[in-house]
Design a protein around this ligand. Structure first.
Ligand SMILES: Nc1ncnc2c1ncn2[C@@H]1O[C@H](COP(=O)(O)OP(=O)(O)O)[C@@H](O)[C@H]1O
Ligand SMILES: [Mg+2]
Length: 303
């Protein structure tokens, strides 16, 4: 059973005073396995939020089938096991963190005594201990995001849907959110999150779906997408005169007083090593350049 299944989702919006329809989703399909972290990657305006809104029944798609743990996603049964962090969480400024979470748990019919214990755990989980009595208007963007996560977790859902959970966060905030997501996976939960930021995905996702022109143009195990190492090797060295490099037709760049030569095959690296040894060069490192998710994404966009 998949945690999330979307089949042939289509959605257009009426724009320009009802004159035109803009097609946003053009038959999007994706599958999220249980227990995995799935990164939903796409540029700004690609339709990530629209997809999530359709999935949760917040807006009505033109067509398509959507399931959460095999239940139709937008029914009460379907949504029962889901936690959701919206793109721009908005909370009542004058509530305290504790009041907000108590209010949220009451919406799920959770008893107050149980809710209090759970809220304590959740506040610890998102690293906000001791801040329970702070009013929400006093919180930074990063703190709001963490409280949003705590709120999404209040009903102990199986599946978490997070829309741009890293947006507007500083490096420490990003790390904290990453850690929360990883700990959710450790608990066996499924996490589906959208982002236009590749770096955040690379560190934590199991699989990625790339959204472009309203469809998933590539979906797969992150390892498969990026492990395909490129054929480019980077050799860093010192101790050889620039003139000698030039007269031997080596193209090089410099970084921190060191020379860098990129070779496009194994054989060329071997040749370079021989040359450097002959000329008393000192090799600092030789690295096979990995293909990053960014490379994959840019390649797909250019196709
Ligand atoms: N309610 C709406 N009415 C008209 N156009 C919309 C509406 N919501 C989203 N759009 C348009 O749909 C496209 C996708 O938006 P969105 O799903 O928010 O993208 P993303 O979340 O990937 O940045 C954008 O061009 C946006 O302007
Ligand atoms: Mg969005």
């Amino acid at each position: 059973m998949e945690a999330i299944k979307i089949q042939d989702l289509r959605k257009s919006f009426v724009s320009d005073f009802m004159v035109r329809r803009t097609k946003v989703l053009n038959g999007l399909s994706l599958n999220v396995n249980q227990g995995e972290i799935y990164g939903f990657l796409g540029q700004n305006g690609a339709g990530k939020t629209t997809t999530i809104k359709c999935l949760l029944g917040l807006i009505k798609p033109d067509s398509g089938k959507m399931f959460l743990l095999d239940e139709i996603s937008y029914t009460i049964k379907g949504r029962k096991n889901v936690g959701f962090l919206p793109e721009h969480p908005y909370f009542y400024d004058y509530l305290t963190i504790e009041e907000l979470l108590l209010f949220s748990s009451s919406l799920f019919g959770i008893k107050k005594s149980i809710a209090r214990a759970r809220i304590k755990d959740l506040i610890a989980k998102v690293g906000m201990q001791g801040k329970e009595k702070l009013k929400l208007r006093k919180l930074s963007k990063g703190m709001i995001q963490r409280i949003g996560l705590a709120q999404a977790l209040i009903n102990d859902p199986e599946v978490l849907i997070l829309d741009e959970p890293f947006s507007g966060l500083d490096p420490i905030g990003r790390k904290e959110v990453r850690d929360v997501i990883l700990s959710l996976k450790d608990e066996g939960k499924t996490v589906f999150f959208s982002s236009h930021i590749l770096q955040d995905m690379e560190m934590i996702v199991d699989r990625v779906g790339i959204l472009l022109d309203g469809v998933i143009i590539k979906e797969g195990q992150l390892d498969d997408m990026i492990s395909s190492q490129s054929d480019i090797y980077e050799t860093v060295f010192t101790g050889v005169e620039e003139d000698i490099l030039k007269s031997n037709k080596y193209k090089f760049s410099k970084r921190n007083e060191k020379y860098i030569i990129k070779s496009t095959s194994n054989e060329k690296v071997n040749e370079l090593i021989e040359f450097l040894i002959m000329n008393r060069g000192k090799i600092s490192s030789i690295n096979q350049m990995g293909q990053t998710l960014e490379d994959v994404f840019l390649k797909e966009i250019k196709k």
